[in-house]
Ligand binder design. Sequence first.
Ligand code: TLP
Length: 340
Amino acid sequence: MDLRSDTVTKPGDAMRKAMSEAEVGDDVFGEDPTINRLQEKVADLLGKEAAIYVPSGTMSNQLALKTHTSPGDEVIVEKDSHIFNYESAAPSLLSGIQLNPVPGTRGLMNAEGVEDAIRPDVYYMMPTRLVCVENTHNRGGGSIYPMRLIEDIKQVAVRHNLKYHLDGARLWNASIATGIKVSEYATHFDSVSVCLSKGLGAPVGSVLTGTREYINRARRFRKIFGGGMRQAGVLAAAGLYALEHNFQRLAEDHEKARVFAQILCDSKQYELNIDHVETNIVIFGLKPQMKTDKFLADAKSLGVLLSAGTAGKVRAVTHLDVSMENVKKAAEILVNYRAE
Ligand code: TLP
């Protein structure tokens, strides 16, 4: 029972069939009809002018930063954000920019925190250029940004002439959980990155969206970053299949996460607040005598794969390839587990 991430799903027969039947062409020449179709579909879903298909969520975020900034600029991110923690210092390596991490609550910043982090306009400080928000928030435990916060931060960004980027790797989950359309979320942002390889179950791929002019500039940087692919329509076909078949079903993953969390909660063996389980990610704390590494290794030997969260916490993520039955079984195993 692999609950390490929703990235672990494998394409099933129908997705593989769609991939094998994909019409392809050379995408560096813009001639792959399946990639073009995917880009148009995602741009359309998000209500943006244009979109560009890229190999990963990391590349998509990094392209977004590169395209919004110049070397020496600063970007406001949340302290637990993926961009700040899991992208291997790419902003400094690839864009020559600095990140300014703002603390949030379960990953969510507020407008005051963002406004306080904006640098004054003096020559010896770096210009703040961009604000990034992550929705749902991974290290925040799949937490959803309330629309109100998104709008408040937007007002700050507009007032200070900053660009606004959304890391929407799991925006699909936020949309299914709240009933708010992905385009309603996207409308507040200058650029939005979405992943096809998380809950949607495609083996590869993310999409960055924005204005046509912005995406045209991003296309140049995608080539520079080594992400210009050729007959990648076979991969894009998996993304199209995922969007068509696996978007609405995300509600099932949310239900599985809640059931899993409820079993852990009822046992009083682990620390978690069921109200914090909003989508498909469950982050829980261990009793002080339990060491995270040992717990993860023991759980693995009992057939439950989990990953480490922040500060001694453990993360479980539900997805397409783990059934309700397996999720319940995994939770029971953890409840019956006793550290030696
Ligand atoms: N997250 C992965 C790991 O890197 C932690 C996971 O298992 O959750 N933004 C967010 C919010 C993400 O959670 C991730 C992946 C990315 C971007 C990057 O996507 P990839 O892995 O495609 O580069």
